[in-house]
Design a protein around this ligand. Structure first.
Ligand SMILES: NC(=O)c1ccc[n+]([C@@H]2O[C@H](COP(=O)([O-])OP(=O)(O)OC[C@H]3O[C@@H](n4cnc5c(N)ncnc54)[C@H](O)[C@@H]3O)[C@@H](O)[C@H]2O)c1
Length: 283
């Protein structure tokens, strides 16, 4: 099936990035959320991201305007009825995602692909909320979406081969590379990276300074970003959800660090709340 239109659920960190890269590749995009203020924030983030290209000289003002004009916004999920590909990027809460997919099942046309951007929740469980699990797939973008080349594509047990292949084609069409992963908690990337972040948080609990941990991993291991900087970028709540989900599947070695839990309880989620392992209020 030829994908022409993309409907993105959630205008947050990931949703606005997915809307941007899809519109940049020429798709007609609709970005939805539950409140106008979240939509406005999402559009502002897209404009800021495209402005970087204009300032660098890699994009014309006219191109930016054209990309923005390809993104419609809505607060009504019923507007997904004609979309070819729906990508859900709502918060990492299984019941919320299952509820969204149940609703989509009643709204979307029969041949639509229903994708979730979940970092670690089982695709099969989300698919089971619909009567068309063969149309459900994981398309897991990385943060920041416009920058990172790799995208995990995760078929559930019942995902059809056509849906898997069309999902990979979509990923290639936006200039990215699909990496196929098994439908086990955390897939490949979160499963490996969450354990690193969780252990880095335990290093903080053992008395190491966040800036020394990140410096060590950047300079000694050539990492482009330290594990605690990455936790602040992703959001401590997302990392805790991921770690808890993977823990529930793989057991003891995955127990979330107590400091990670208390940071989430205190709202120290990272960049999005202005405070994580580092202070972002002055930047
Ligand atoms: N942040 C990351 O680094 C990252 C990376 C990869 C994958 N993910 C995954 O992407 C998903 C979204 O994460 P995020 O960081 O963008 O979250 P976020 O909190 O920044 O954004 C989520 C948005 O979804 C909206 N929303 C909630 N319920 C909705 C509904 N019913 N309909 C439409 N919109 C709704 C919220 O208002 C919010 O604006 C999660 O599943 C997360 O695990 C996140």
């Amino acid at each position: 099936m030829a994908i022409k239109s993309v409907f993105v659920i959630g205008a947050g960190t990931m949703g606005n990035g997915i809307a941007q890269v899809s519109a940049q590749a020429g798709y007609n995009v609709t970005m939805s959320d539950i409140k106008d203020e979240f939509i406005s924030k999402g559009i502002a983030a897209i404009e800021k991201s495209l402005d970087r290209g204009v300032k660098k000289g890699t994009m014309q003002e006219s191109e930016k305007a054209e990309i923005i004009s390809r993104i419609k916004t809505t607060l009504d999920m019923n507007d997904a009825k004609d979309a070819d590909l729906i990508i859900e990027a709502a918060p990492e809460v299984i019941d919320l995602k299952k509820n969204i997919f149940k609703q989509l099942d009643g709204i979307c046309k029969d041949d639509a692909i229903l994708a979730t951007n979940t970092s670690s929740l089982p695709i099969g469980e989300i698919a089971a909320a619909t009567k068309r699990p063969e149309k459900v797939v994981g398309i897991h973008f990385m943060n920041p979406v416009p920058v990172i080349k790799g995208v995990e594509v995760i078929p559930g047990m019942k995902t059809s081969n056509d849906v898997l292949e069309a999902s990979k084609e979509y990923v290639k069409s936006i200039g990215k590379e699909p990496c196929e992963a098994k439908d086990l908690s955390g897939f490949i990337v979160s499963r490996l990276v969450d354990v690193l972040m969780n252990e880095a948080i335990r290093c903080v609990m053992d008395g190491n300074k966040p800036e020394e941990i990140d410096k060590a991993m950047r300079l000694c291991c050539n990492f482009p970003i330290g594990p605690l900087e990455l936790c602040d970028l992703a959001g401590a709540d997302i990392v805790l959800h991921g770690t808890e989900t993977i823990y529930s599947e793989f057991g003891e070695r995955w127990t979330p660090a107590p400091l990670l839990k208390s940071m989430v309880q205190e709202g120290k989620l990272g960049r999005k709340t202005g405070r994580g392992f580092y202070d972002y209020t002055q930047k």
